[in-house]
Ligand binder design. Structure first.
Ligand code: UD1
Ligand code: CA
Length: 455
């Protein structure tokens, strides 16, 4: 199909009910702005161009919409006079001549390509417009789709509906496809003669029928067209989105023991045969390869986990963490911007940042890369097969060679050659009998009821 399809996306609302310092469409679902989800669905529908109608926060809204591969032209709607008026803000783009126009709202991020494609098919088959509707037992607030003999005869807004019409449960999602050749002349015939005094896009149905045309409906599942007006609804959309994405991953071969406790981002990529234990959060930019295990209560963002690697429980991988095959990052370990070589083990209570850890290195408990001097960041490099003793502080910039060892409790401020052992701590001194003496004194202090022990 070589039809040229334009999508007009409405995102000019004030977002009053979000009570927010930013436009509603910039609020995120799956860590991505709602407007970007809408654009992604349009991308999959074969849309050629997007006309974005903006109001407040135009600049960031345009940037979020343009983050995909579609070309976006923005149009400012200077006054909020209704959805019909909003679509006409993009008049110049519509006038360039498209075969079909899709109208979508920026605050309905769960839409999928399927019903949009069906609506386009109906228009190609000769309907002047096709509206995507959904069945609901809570129709209040939505426009009702009035269907007679299989044709859509009108969309009635709640405020303008008769009691009978309010009983209709087939509702307008707001998504529609319109014949591109007729769109402008139809839109221009819409008036604001209604209870709210707005130019309703939905009036296009009666306008086109008066001109002898016909309109159709396409039904979509309610949870794919849900919109968002306040933050409670935003949380509902998030829950629906998370459920959908977890399901996709599980049927693609990912094991989740308690899926409802795993939180994903829009770009989380997890290969088959990965196991994810309960209570794991994936921020943006994570890839996990086949055979890896993510143990409970881990927080992972901007990280790559190779096959056979093991993360957590209670691990934190921050941006730039790159775990090579069979690497192990254990409990209470934080990794930031660091390569953890194949088979390397960072098992407990450790911070590794701005570092390159070689193959099969063993990092003891309590190791810290001291990477920051308050102003600058420095790198730590640890060669393959080295052994970092527990409680080593690696004061960067510093390099530990291959097959080298650092003694427990060392503060390593100078490079360690290959195969060397580095001791960076005071030598131990044993004083005969002094331990017993100190304990006897402490006991006497307690028994005498003294508050402050002598020095
Ligand atoms: C609209 C539909 C209703 C449908 C419902 C689905 C109309 C008249 N009504 O009602 O049939 O059931 O959506 O959620 O279309 N916008 C602008 N400029 C404007 C007005 C609105 O850009 O002047 C944008 C809003 O930011 C929003 C979208 O258009 O993204 C829908 O507007 P809204 O006022 O929320 O319409 P509803 O009353 O919900
Ligand atoms: Ca709305």
């Amino acid at each position: 199909m070589n039809d040229r399809v334009l999508a007009v996306v409405l995102a000019a609302g004030e977002s009053t009910r979000m009570k927010s310092s930013k436009s509603k469409v910039l609020h995120t679902v799956g860590n991505r702005p709602m407007i970007s989800h809408v654009i992604a669905a349009l991308e999959q529908t074969g849309v050629e161009h997007v006309a974005l109608v903006v109001g407040r926060d135009a600049e960031p809204v345009i940037a979020a919409a343009a983050s995909g591969t579609l070309n976006v032209t923005a149009f400012e709607q200077k006054e909020r006079l209704g959805t019909g008026h909003a679509v006409l803000a993009a008049r110049d783009e519509i006038a360039r001549g498209y075969d079909q126009i899709i109208v979508a709202y920026g605050d309905a991020p769960l839409i999928e390509a399927g019903p949009l494609g069906e609506a386009l098919t109906k228009v190609r088959a000769g309907f002047d417009a096709a509206v995507i509707g959904f069945e609901t037992d809570r129709p209040t607030g939505y426009g009702r789709l009035l269907v007679e003999d299989g044709e859509l005869v009108a969309i009635r807004e709640e405020k303008d509906a008769t009691p009978d019409e309010r009983g209709v449960t087939f509702c307008n999602s707001g998504l529609m496809a319109i014949d591109g050749a007729k769109a402008l002349s139809l839109l221009e015939k819409i008036t604001n003669n209604n209870v709210k005094g707005e130019y309703y896009l939905t009036d296009i149905i009666e306008v086109l029928r008066a001109a002898g045309g016909k309109a159709a409906t396409v039904e979509a599942p309610a949870d794919t067209v849900a919109g968002c007006n306040n933050r409670a609804e935003l949380a509902e959309l998030e829950a629906i989105w998370q459920r959908r994405r977890r399901h996709q991953l599980m049927v693609s071969g990912v094991t989740m023991i308690a899926p409802e406790t795993v939180f994903l981002s829009f770009d989380t990529t997890i290969a088959p045969d990965v196991t994810i234990e309960p209570n794991v959060i994936f921020g943006p930019g994570v890839t996990v390869e086949s055979g890896a295990v993510i143990h409970a209560f881990s927080h992972i963002e901007g990280a790559h986990v190779a096959g056979g690697a093991s993360v957590g429980p209670f691990a934190r991988l921050r941006p730039g963490a790159n775990l090579h095959a069979n690497a192990k990052v254990g409990n209470f370990v934080e990794i930031k911007k660091a390569e953890i070589g194949a088979g390397a083990k960072v098992s407990h209570l450790t911070y590794i940042g701005d570092a390159v850890v070689g193959r099969n290195v063993n990092i003891g408990a309590g190791t810290v890369t001291c990477n920051y001097d308050g102003f600058n960041k420095f790198e730590t490099v640890i060669g393959a097969n080295s052994f970092i003793g527990s409680n080593t502080l690696l004061v960067a910039p510093v390099r530990v060679g291959e097959g080298a060892l650092t003694a427990s409790g060392s503060v390593i401020t100078e490079d360690v050659p290959d195969a060397a052992a580095a001791f960076g701590r005071a030598r131990q001194v044993n004083k005969e009998g002094l331990g017993a003496g100190i304990m006897a004194r402490n006991k006497a202090v307690k028994e005498a009821g003294k508050v402050k022990p002598p020095r």
